[in-house]
Design a protein around this ligand. Structure first.
Ligand SMILES: *[C@@H]1O[C@H](CO)[C@@H](O)[C@H](O)[C@H]1NC(C)=O
Ligand SMILES: *[C@@H]1O[C@H](CO)[C@@H](O)[C@H](O)[C@H]1NC(C)=O
Ligand SMILES: *[C@@H]1O[C@H](CO)[C@@H](O)[C@H](O)[C@H]1NC(C)=O
Ligand SMILES: *[C@@H]1O[C@H](CO)[C@@H](O)[C@H](O)[C@H]1NC(C)=O
Ligand SMILES: *[C@@H]1O[C@H](CO)[C@@H](O)[C@H](O)[C@H]1NC(C)=O
Ligand SMILES: *[C@@H]1O[C@H](CO)[C@@H](O)[C@H](O)[C@H]1NC(C)=O
Ligand SMILES: *[C@@H]1O[C@H](CO)[C@@H](O)[C@H](O)[C@H]1NC(C)=O
Ligand SMILES: *[C@@H]1O[C@H](CO)[C@@H](O)[C@H](O)[C@H]1NC(C)=O
Length: 411
């Protein structure tokens, strides 16, 4: 039986097991903050109850809420929850995660929390896309902020217009995301930036499956200390791919990304399919609010398999020179973040014309810090029919592509 089938049976069983019902009240005018109604339902049904946001109801959240007290609870969201557009309030009160200025509307934690129901969380992102365009230091909240959640499930949810990442998953273990729909375009000339589908951080045993992501940054990104993660059956469009990293951004930190399996992903209109991005061992700058390099760590045992590539700039991109356009400098200061035991297999499809004739880039800062990288069954062509790859410090016989030193840049 498929994992998703088992999960839907478990969800039904959980709903029956937790029969104590708390229906969340709403002021219902689409403006008044329902946070007190939500908190009283969560407290009333914590430890064995079932919270219901009924279908057809609209809830407004205008207060940052700490939901890390949740335990043994079902949160059945059938209605629609919208966050207010008060950017001044949220910047002053949203939860701060210690990583990369990440903040969130709410902080979800605890254990044995089952959130499902087919309803919608709407981040009201437009005002944030416009505010961020005017000031790159605007602290845009993540829609779903997780810190310290274990043994939990989020399933059958629609997430729209997040101001920034859709999920930031920190300090989590044994959690499953299933059947999550992500989308939200900007309606102004200011694009919806940094709208990663999921970022995992200090987390292990996380499954992300059967989901659709339409966004404009990483579909999924594994940030420092993400281990034992399964990504299965995803449709990603418009994104920057499924990315390990970026890692090694901060001097003095040791980043680990290990034992990741990515299987059955279709990637459309994206910059990358499979990507591993590591900062070099020298200070580098991507933009005014994104700079780094010099950190150490290890990327190990990563598999990407059965990936469909459709109009993607690079089917595969590994770089240990992230943020550093000067490749001589990157090789002069090899990364102290090693990459080993990496497998890409059974890829098919077509890249975009952006890096033609290349379909991939495999760039290590030195052969000493990169080993055992394999690409097999790579049935991907660029629009001209070629299947060249830029290879730097590679064991080329392990790569099923035509290695060249024709450098065309990185994303
Ligand atoms: C913010 O939301 C309020 C209430 O829905 C609305 O009246 C106002 O026009 C919105 N402001 C912006 C800048 O979108
Ligand atoms: C994760 O847990 C650590 C250790 O308890 C804590 O210091 C940190 O604030 C938590 N949150 C994040 C985002 O790392
Ligand atoms: C975090 O915010 C500070 C101050 O606004 C800024 O200097 C820094 O570059 C930001 N860092 C990141 C990673 O965005
Ligand atoms: C996925 O979730 C949507 C609601 O967001 C629901 O309508 C649909 O039935 C779910 N799919 C499956 C296979 O359960
Ligand atoms: C990641 O794990 C390593 C090894 O335990 C530790 O040294 C490092 O501080 C951790 N990094 C973060 C960001 O938690
Ligand atoms: C692969 O993922 C697609 C969704 O993108 C899904 O429809 C299909 O059933 C999955 N195939 C397998 C073998 O799981
Ligand atoms: C490699 O990662 C897979 C998950 O993708 C895991 O099942 C396996 O145990 C890991 N192997 C090692 C040697 O860590
Ligand atoms: C990819 O982009 C093309 C051209 O804009 C568009 O027609 C197509 O629908 C997009 N594909 C997906 C899966 O979004």
């Amino acid at each position: 039986m498929k994992l998703s089938g088992i999960l839907s049976i478990l969800l039904q069983a959980a709903a029956i097991r937790r029969s104590r019902l708390c229906v969340v009240k709403t002021y219902g005018d689409g403006i008044t903050d329902d946070s007190d109604n939500i908190l009283s339902a969560f407290h009333g049904c914590n430890n064995g109850g079932h919270v219901l946001f009924p279908r057809g109801k609209v809830y407004v959240i205008g207060t940052a809420m700490d939901w890390t007290f949740l335990k043994h609870i079902d949160i059945d969201i059938q209605g629609r929850i919208r966050f207010t557009n008060d950017t001044a309030y949220w910047q002053a009160h949203s939860f701060r995660f210690i990583f990369q200025n990440v903040t969130s509307f709410f902080k979800l934690g605890g254990e044995d929390v089952w959130i499902y129901g087919g309803g919608t969380l709407d981040g009201n992102g437009q005002v944030w896309y416009d505010t961020y365009a005017a000031n790159a230091y605007t602290l845009r909240p993540v829609l779903v902020g997780i810190d310290g959640l274990k043994d939990s499930v989020l399933s059958d949810l629609v997430l729209r217009h997040s101001p920034q990442y859709y999920h930031f998953v920190a300090n989590a273990s044994n959690i499953v995301f299933n059947n999550i729909s992500i989308a939200g375009d900007s309606t102004s000339k200011n694009t919806a930036k940094n709208t990663d589908g999921w970022d995992t951080y200090r987390s292990r045993d996380v499954t992300i499956m059967n989901s659709v992501v339409n966004n404009a940054d990483d579909c999924i990104s594994f940030k420092p200390n993400s281990t034992d993660i399964l990504v299965q059956s995803l449709f990603c469009a418009g994104s920057h791919g499924i990315s390990v990293g970026s890692l090694g951004q901060y001097v003095g930190e040791f980043d680990i990304v290990e034992s990741i399996m990515v299987s059955n992903v279709s990637m459309h209109n994206a910059s990358d399919g499979a990507r591993i991005k590591v900062w070099p061992n020298t200070a580098s700058a991507m933009s005014s609010d994104l700079q780094g390099g010099g950190g150490s760590g290890s990327v190990r045992n990563i598999t990407y398999e059965d990936m469909l590539i459709d109009n993607v700039d690079y089917a595969i991109e590994i770089t240990q020179c992230y943020g550093q356009r000067n490749l001589a400098l990157c090789q002069q200061y090899p990364s102290s973040l090693t990459i080993e035991n990496i497998v890409f297999r059974r890829f098919k499809g077509r890249t975009s014309a952006k890096y033609r004739p290349l379909i991939a880039a495999f760039a290590c800062s030195s052969a000493k810090v990169c080993s055992n990288i394999h690409a097999t069954d790579i049935n991907v062509v660029s629009p001209g029919g070629t299947r060249q790859a830029y290879c730097l410090n590679q064991q080329e016989t392990n790569l099923d592509a035509d290695c060249t030193n024709n450098y065309k840049g990185f994303n």
